[in-house]
Design a protein around this ligand. Structure first.
Ligand code: ADP
Length: 365
């Protein structure tokens, strides 16, 4: 059975399940994850709207409406989902869409949900249709229909649930069916973090890890973190290890530079996988357009890894565009690889954009 932990809101160390392939479950990650919404850096608009929903629920003494959080991995969906029940002082249950393969897997979570409690479902886009449909009455009317027995003797029992809140997290809102999406009263999209926010996260987390860091080094690590707190935490931990073994333990700018160079992080913060993606479009597919599946096959990588983890930042950085005919390098993409863009690039981009979109899953809605 796929049941996981029931947490009480004042548990000092929440244990979120993996929110993506990159999710970290180490003790250090738990240590770095903000415990309260007030401690979260950035995402101010989302934070303010969620705070209003939380405070209104507290004042009215009603359960919070269901919340859907979407955005690329590592931007804080799980962190919000663990901080919200703590703000409400209610228990939290954690499940993952990937492990809820049949309604019976969801049943224990629903029956265990106490009044006002939160059920966090990570990767909610991976729920099979049968589980999704089973959830509809639970979300709307706090009841479920359970079929007992089989064949002619089968009967449906209606069970009432305590009013509770589902927080769903997804990297792909586009994969959610409209009926499921519409059952979330609050829907928030998390954006990449800017340099100031990431620098703040690196500086705070260096203090939590009890490592001395120069402000310029914190800024450098932030700059090389693809706009993503989880990446910032990973880079910080690597630089700290490097400082421990190759220097006197302090993270100076030169230590950070040397440590990041050893990971082959380039000046824009792109790692080897990002560059291989761009180079494949350039060298194998002459700059594109090319479908993401073809790139994934060539790189021997899962398409989901490219669409969920690699592409969102490269698209945001405008190194690549998604044209209706596939992925294509932009002038900045060529230049980043040290290649002069073709003279007719702009015209061909405009031609591609004029065509109707026939590409696979949308990244976000
Ligand atoms: P997601 O669920 O979106 O994949 P997480 O919530 O697991 O991302 O975030 C990954 C890590 O990044 C967390 O453990 C936390 O340390 C850090 N993090 C995320 N969002 C923030 C934030 N707003 N402020 C500070 N740290 C954050």
């Amino acid at each position: 059975m796929s049941r996981e932990t029931i947490l009480s809101a004042d548990d000092a160390a929440p244990q979120p399940v993996a929110s993506s392939a990159q999710a970290l479950t180490t003790e250090e990650d738990t240590a770095l994850r903000p415990k309260r919404m007030e401690d979260m850096v950035g995402q101010r608009k989302v934070y303010e709207r969620l705070m209003i929903a939380v405070e209104a629920a507290q004042i009215r003494k009603e359960p919070l409406g269901h919340i859907l959080l979407d955005g690329p991995p590592g931007l804080g969906k799980t962190t919000f989902a663990t901080c919200i029940p703590r703000a409400l002082d209610v228990p939290l249950q954690i499940a993952s869409g990937a492990t809820l393969t049949a309604p019976k897997d969801l049943l224990p979570y629903l029956t265990q949900a106490s009044a006002g409690s939160v059920l966090f479902i990570d990767e909610i886009h991976r729920l099979p249709k049968t589980v999704e449909e089973f959830m509809y009455p639970a979300m709307e009317d706090f009841r479920i229909d359970i079929t007992l027995g089989e064949g002619v003797s089968a009967r449906t029992v209606n069970m009432t649930l305590k009013p509770f809140t589902i927080i769903g997290a997804t990297t792909r809102t586009g994969l959610l069916s409209a009926p499921l999406r519409d059952r979330f009263q609050v829907r928030e999209h998390l954006e990449f973090y800017d340099l100031t926010e990431l620098t703040e996260i690196v500086t705070r987390n260096a203090a939590k890890l009890r490592v001395e860091i120069e402000p310029t080094a914190a800024q450098k690590i932030a700059h090389c973190s693809r706009g993503t707190p989880r990446v910032a935490n990973n880079r910080l931990r690597w630089v700290r290890d490097y400082a421990t073994t190759k220097a006197d333990g302090r993270i100076t700018l030169s230590v950070a530079d040397a440590a990041l160079a050893m990971l082959s992080i380039d000046p824009m913060g792109l790692d080897g996988q990002d560059r291989k993606y761009l180079e494949t479009i350039l060298r194998v597919f002459q700059g594109g357009p090319v479908g993401v599946e073809a790139i994934a096959h060539t790189l021997n990588t899962a398409t989901d890894t490219l669409t969920d983890e690699v592409e969102p930042f490269l698209l945001r950085a405008e190194l690549v565009v998604r044209s209706p005919r596939g992925r294509k390098l932009t002038a900045a993409g060529y230049e980043h690889l040290g290649v002069t863009p073709p003279a007719d690039l702009m015209q061909s981009l405009l031609n591609d954009v004029a065509e109707p979109e026939d590409d696979s899953q949308p990244l976000f809605e």
